[in-house]
Design a protein around this ligand. Sequence first.
Ligand code: GRF
Length: 186
Amino acid sequence: KNITILISGSGTNLQRIIDCIDNGKIRNAKINQVIADRECFGLERAEKHNIPNQLIKRGKDFYENLEKAIPENTDLIVLAGFLSILKPEFCEKWSGKIINIHPALLPKFGGKGMWGHHVHNAVIEAGEKESGATVHFVTSGIDEGKVILQGKFDIDEHDTAETLAQKVHQIEYDIFPIAIDLVLNK
Ligand SMILES: N[C@@H]1O[C@H](COP(=O)(O)O)[C@@H](O)[C@H]1O
């Protein structure tokens, strides 16, 4: 099965997915394309692994170009730290075939502007006792799609947005491959 991965950043989740396809943790999967919406290190990871990759800059025609760039034979679109909001028409066309990872325990701390340290700061300011990550289906409602898998941990009194980000990443590296394998091989 072919998966297309959309990224915007350093691509540590992309790297984890590449490694888990190589080690068989994710079965029956092949990355047919990596697409970034900005210059980022994730593209270098794809290049290093000889995975077809391209940069589609935001701005005029971004969504048209993105639509055209998704290979016809794609079975699943995986958002791995992709920061552009997908248009409702795109989400409907690929309904049930797009998943995203979010660095918090949805439905809390989701929605517009809730990404990166903004999320972790909000979790700390709210005095939450636990945090984690969520893999969910993507719909036109930002971070509202059906949850596939979550992983969590207890927040300790010394945690900061930085330490939360690191702990959340570890959770992401555990649950994302399992969720992708689940969706692909159901
Ligand atoms: N949406 C969020 O963006 C981050 C991307 O990290 P990376 O995979 O590019 O390292 C991840 O924490 C993900 O939850």
